[in-house]
Design a protein around this ligand. Structure first.
Ligand code: HEM
Length: 412
């Protein structure tokens, strides 16, 4: 490899892997309070939490802080873990296996190698990875009344730099719209919509409204649009399911009418298409939790406050839960059929679960259902890509090349 090529590799390694890692590290050194807020949940959590029983491995904590005696369980340090370098952990192995864009495949390989529960130090953050439906269920049974999930680092940094308290997520714009609404209101012009409701009727101040709206946009836009893209791609690649969907639509929507919200409850196959898409392409490939109490998972002690990552990409493609896991088979989500082969729904939780699950789930589902149904009503979809589109992670599950679809008018 020539000097130029070596420099290019080093540069890309720095940009992709080391820079975020060092930023994160320096940020944590400079902002100990933020680091603490996100890493030691058990000691900072002041609200009471709910302990639910029965939990197969769980014994009641003796104190609210989570100190608990473990009988016949294995210590945290004995959880299988890949070998890594001091301080850097396994960051180099991650880089050589495709880096952050391929983190889902990297962790999938680790699960194959180390088992359904393993721990790994990614940079300065250590996490316990769990890829098992029953264990995921146990985590949720113990998440308490005020579950904590991890806020992605860039969002925390953005808020910190801009002095913004976390609302639901982050970002500021939106202010222009607020100004426009305020001047309309001063001029006595009629104003309507959710933003004006928040501003003028719910007594929230401008900063709060900006945070809420920005959080919702961030959480809503990329997630729903990518999930929809994957669903269109799956339908284009599987014409027989496209035709099944058209058949279903013809049976529910009167001829000449466009699908509306009132038709959706009868479109079961359409819902199954979306579930199956999100099983194969979970927008968030990992769900995160830190528990406020010690638990024993799979025989291992997990102290309160440890970061747990539930590997949805791996469980969603595990043949133990989904026979022929790499095949797109919407029927597996339909009840009262012979081929009801979804073994555990905790293996596919695209919107999370429990009180901290996605608050926009219904909005997202309705948007996707309407868009998919109306598109398939009007067009035949064909896959126009030259090869199978793969996944790369850009915080969420995205296509590794633009998804190309050919649309032909459906005149039949
Ligand atoms: C297909 C689309 C979507 C998917 C797959 C998705 C998935 C998720 C997931 C996995 C979580 C974390 C849940 C957990 O930790 O248990 C989440 C949180 C969240 N979602 Fe969604 N989401 C989608 C669309 C939306 C939409 C449309 C909105 C808003 C209208 C939204 C708003 C939120 C918010 C605000 C949170 C954070 C809740 C919290 O911190 O407590 N999402 N979403």
């Amino acid at each position: 490899m020539g000097l130029k090529a070596s420099l290019k590799v080093c540069n890309s390694f720095f940009l992709k892997e080391l820079r975020p890692f060092l930023n994160n590290f320096i940020f944590r050194l400079l902002h100990p309070t933020v680091a603490q807020e996100n890493s030691t949940t058990s000691t900072t959590l002041s609200q009471p939490f709910e302990v639910r029983y029965p939990f197969r491995y769980h014994k009641p904590p003796t104190e609210a802080s989570g100190s608990m005696s473990y009988d016949s369980s294995n210590p945290y340090d004995s959880i299988p873990s890949p070998k890594g370098f001091p301080l850097f952990g396994t960051i180099f192995s991650i880089f050589f296996r495709g880096g952050a864009p391929k983190i889902h495949e990297y962790c999938d390989r680790r699960h194959n190698e180390l088992g359904r529960v393993y721990r790994e130090k990614l940079g300065v953050v250590e996490a316990v990875f769990v890829a098992d439906s029953e264990l995921i269920q146990q985590i949720y049974q113990n998440e308490g009344r005020y579950p904590m999930h991890m806020v992605p680092e860039p969002w925390i940094i953005y808020n910190e730099i801009n002095g913004i308290q976390r609302g639901l997520f982050f970002i500021s714009y939106v202010k222009d719209n607020i100004k426009e609404l305020s001047s309309k209101s001063e001029m006595g012009q009629p104003i309507e919509g959710a933003l004006s409701q928040l501003l003028f009727h719910d007594n929230l101040d401008e900063e709060e409204v900006v945070r809420i709206v920005a959080d919702l946009f961030l959480a809503a836009a990329d997630t729903t649009s990518h999930a929809t893209q994957w669903a269109l791609y799956m339908l284009a690649k599987n014409p027989k399911f496209q035709e099944r969907l058209v058949e279903e639509l013809n049976g529910v929507v009167p001829s000449g009418e466009v699908v509306g919200e009132y038709h959706l409850q009868n479109l079961r196959f359409l819902k199954a298409v979306i579930k199956e898409t999100l099983r194969l392409y979970p927008v968030a490939p990992f769900l995160t939790r830190t528990l406020s109490q010690d638990v024993v998972l799979n025989g291992y002690e997990i102290p309160a406050g440890k970061l747990i990552l539930m590997s949805l990409y791996t469980t969603g493609r595990d043949p133990k839960y989904f026979p022929n896991p790499n095949q797109f088979v919407p029927d597996r989500w339909l009840r009262n059929r012979d081929i009801h082969d979804v073994i555990s729904t905790f293996a596919s939780l695209p919107f999370g679960y429990g009180p901290r699950s996605c608050i926009g789930r219904r909005v997202a589902e309705i948007q996707m259902e309407l868009l998919l149904a109306r598109t398939v009503q009007a067009f035949h979809l064909e896959d126009a890509n030259m090869r199978d589109v793969g996944i790369i992670m850009r915080m969420i599950t995205t296509p590794d090349e633009p998804i190309k679809l050919r649309l032909r008018d459906r005149i039949d």
